[in-house]
Design a binder for this molecule. Structure first.
Ligand SMILES: Nc1ncnc2c1ncn2[C@@H]1O[C@H](COP(=O)(O)OP(=O)(O)OP(=O)(O)O)[C@@H](O)[C@H]1O
Length: 693
């Protein structure tokens, strides 16, 4: 088929049959996994006709229509729609030439009727004036409520009529309507059929329609009776009724089903007689319609080709479609102020909570102090006075007293430091002149803080009593170690300083992952994406539009985040603010594109949410955001370095605290890795979306 497609169609004009048929399906097969839904199905819709596709629930009508519009790929066979296969480069099916009303409502609930029709008008490239004229006509014709009514608040029948309106909007050459008359009152049903009969009279419009009301299909020019993925019969309704000696189409259909069952059982009996077993492909021979128009004599498949310029234009995203999708997202957001507020406020709340609750100094830790020097003005008293009293609450106790507060149990014991000042210092005096600290290491963070506070107190005391510094260094070894001004950061930098850059990136990343995965999956599940695809929106345009819309949200989130972080919580920033913003925005895009990957691969919101949640914690821990990467054991460290946030959070730390620029490897590496992940995720999402069509 590939070879034949290469030959120019101009050089091989279409056969007259193909020219006259709006839809031609030949030997079409389609399965969902192991479930064979369409088997070697042949169907012909002549140009300027209404085709009523009838069949019991689950026989494959919707699947067939999706294959015809190109929303589902066929596993075998050939379909041509208005002269070319669906989605052939340069062909406007999917696109303006086809109006598709899916079985699901596939409408944006936050849109008004006018928004809905304007959205599809924009995609089809209609001018505002033409769209408005069509809206006025459709609202009147379909008996719709006010144009400003919200779709979400309409009744089921009204929603179906809006959906039908969207399919009729651009006056397409081919209308594909999946049960348009369900939930519509008989008067309007008659009106819709009348309209369809009218529009096909010109000979330029063709319609294929499925319905459960078999009798209304008598108004169609051709009906096809489908069962178990095959067409039992195809022909004019009157002919089918006559051939089956039936007064109604319904009876003709029942008669055909019986004939089909008898033929089927005879065939399998004879096959069993000949071969002993039923062959696997026994269904293939049963696919020809029993009555009516079959595929006729073996037809030569037409050959198609497209100019390279057309092919390029086919893949290049159209700004018109991207703009329509961005406007759609903006309108929907405007209609959901609660959700928008949540999206903007959540990161601010998260970063505020993090700055408030993580990494700060503990307050009011009760510590038992046993001081054997009782005289006021002693060195031990002086030392105790330099302890940070906002963190450490000194409680005087006896030498064997431990203070218990929660699970924290610490004690400081001081004895006879004065003795150390005497010229003749005995061994006992040295031993007595000591500070003993018993730490409660069940809470390591608090224990370390306590140690640091003591060290600070010694340092302060040493500097205040400079002549005695040497004395203190005798028994407090760390007081002899001088910590100079750090090269980067400050002596007072705490855990918050370490954790903030990584936390900002992961907050932006995960919010984008969650929101994208959820909204994209819901759009797919409700059939909105299929509908947009049939209107001519490609997977790439969908992904790009989503990224651009998300970029607007991310920008506002980052603005608020930085405002809180830098101005309220005074997190230091020594570097270029543009670099800081750029890196966080890029990480937001990584999150969005990862969300797109999840939602392209997963069909329902519950699984998508689980996937997003499932990777949250491992990624947070392994990315070195909470604890340095250097502490991660080796095999895991390689994984850590490959993750999207490891190098990025290191880069952000270098920009913010060291004031480094893009010339430093640790900075540009963060940008390169982030952009690499972005490209990978975007391509993966587009490929998965395309493959899953
Ligand atoms: N996405 C899917 N995954 C797996 N199976 C599916 C999927 N969609 C449809 N099917 C199955 O394919 C078969 C045909 O479904 P389809 O929706 O085409 O039937 P239908 O004739 O349109 O039915 P109805 O008249 O009730 O709408 C059914 O057995 C259905 O369960």
């Amino acid at each position: 088929l590939k070879e034949t497609m290469k030959v120019d169609q101009e050089a091989h004009p279409l056969s007259s049959g193909l020219e006259r048929s709006a839809i031609r399906c030949r030997e079409v097969c389609r399965s969902y996994g192991k479930l064979k839904v369409l088997s070697s199905l042949n169907l012909t819709l002549p140009q300027g006709h209404i085709y009523g596709l009838l069949g019991p629930s689950g026989c494959g009508k919707t699947t067939l229509l999706k294959c015809i519009v190109g929303a589902l790929k066929i596993s075998r066979g050939h379909i041509s729609v208005l002269g070319k296969p669906p989605a052939f480069p340069g062909h406007e099916v999917p696109g303006k030439m086809v109006g598709y009303m899916p079985q699901d409502l596939a409408l944006y609930h936050e849109f008004t009727i006018s928004d809905t029709l304007n959205f599809f008008g924009r995609i089809h490239g209609l001018s505002t004036k033409v769209t408005q004229l069509r809206i006025d006509f459709l609202v009147d014709f379909l008996d719709l409520p006010q144009q400003s009514s919200l779709v979400g608040k309409l009744s089921g029948g009204q929603k179906r009529r809006v959906s039908l309106g969207a399919a009729l909007l651009q006056n397409p050459q081919l209308l594909i309507l999946d049960e348009p008359t369900v939930g519509v009152d008989p008067v309007l049903r008659a009106k819709i059929w009348q309209h369809l009969v009218e529009i096909v009279k010109t000979g330029k419009v063709s319609v294929i329609i499925t319905t459960h009301y078999i009798e209304e299909a008598r108004q169609a020019n051709v009906v096809g009776l489908m069962r178990n993925g095959r067409l039992l019969a195809e022909g004019e309704p009157e002919t089918l009724m006559r051939q089956n000696s039936a007064m109604t189409l319904e009876k003709a259909f029942l008669q055909l089903c019986e004939t089909f069952d008898q033929v089927g059982s005879k065939r399998s009996a004879s096959q069993r007689g000949q071969q002993g077993v039923v062959p696997e492909n026994s269904q293939s021979g049963e696919s020809q319609p029993i009555l009516g128009v079959g595929p006729g004599p073996a037809e030569e498949l037409p050959k198609y080709s497209a100019d390279w310029k057309v092919q390029v234009r086919h893949v290049v995203p159209k700004w018109r479609n991207i703009a329509a999708l961005i406007i759609k997202t903006t309108v929907r957001m405007k209609r959901m102020p609660g959700s928008l507020f949540f999206q903007f406020l959540l990161p601010v709340m998260q970063i505020s909570l993090m700055c408030l609750c993580i990494g700060g100094d503990p307050k009011g830790i009760q510590v038992a102090v046993v001081n054997n020097e009782t005289s006021s003005g002693s060195f031990s008293q002086s030392l105790l006075s330099f302890l940070d009293n906002s963190s450490i609450q000194q409680v005087l106790g006896q030498s064997n007293v431990f203070l218990v507060r929660g699970n924290t149990k610490s004690r400081i014991g001081l004895s006879n430091t004065v003795g150390m000042l005497q010229r003749q210092v005995s061994k006992e005096t040295v031993e007595a002149g000591s500070v003993r600290v018993w730490l409660d290491l069940t809470n390591r963070q608090i224990a370390l803080m306590l140690q640091k506070k003591l060290e600070d107190a010694f340092q302060v005391q040493s500097s205040k009593l400079s002549p005695l510094t040497a004395f203190f260094s005798l028994f407090i070894f760390w007081s002899s170690t001088q910590f100079e001004e750090p090269i980067y950061g400050s002596l007072n930098s705490d855990f918050t300083t370490f954790v903030t850059p990584g936390a900002v990136l992961s907050i932006t990343f995960y919010l984008a992952v969650g929101l994208t995965a959820l909204s994209f999956v819901i759009e797919r599940k409700e059939g909105l994406m299929d509908r947009c695809w049939v209107a001519g929106v490609s997977s790439m345009e969908t992904v790009l539009a989503y990224l651009i819309s998300q970029l607007i949200i991310i920008s506002v989130q980052i603005f608020l985040l930085l405002l809180i972080m830098l101005l309220v919580f005074k997190i230091p920033n020594e570097g270029n603010l543009v670099l800081v913003i750029a890196l966080i925005v890029l990480q937001g895009i990584t999150g969005t594109s990862f969300g797109l990957v999840i939602s392209s691969a997963i069909d329902d919101e519950q699984n998508a949410t689980q996937a997003a949640l499932g990777i949250f914690y491992p990624n947070l821990i392994v990315s070195g955001i909470i604890w340095p990467v250097e502490c991660i054991p080796y095999p895991l460290r390689y994984i850590s370095l490959a993750l999207p946030q490891t190098y990025a959070s290191e880069a952000l730390r270098c920009i913010m605290y060291r004031g480094w620029g893009l010339s430093r490897m640790m900075v540009w590496r963060g940008f390169v890795v982030t952009m690499g992940w972005n490209t990978f995720f975007v391509i993966l999402a587009i490929v998965i979306l395309k493959l899953r069509m």
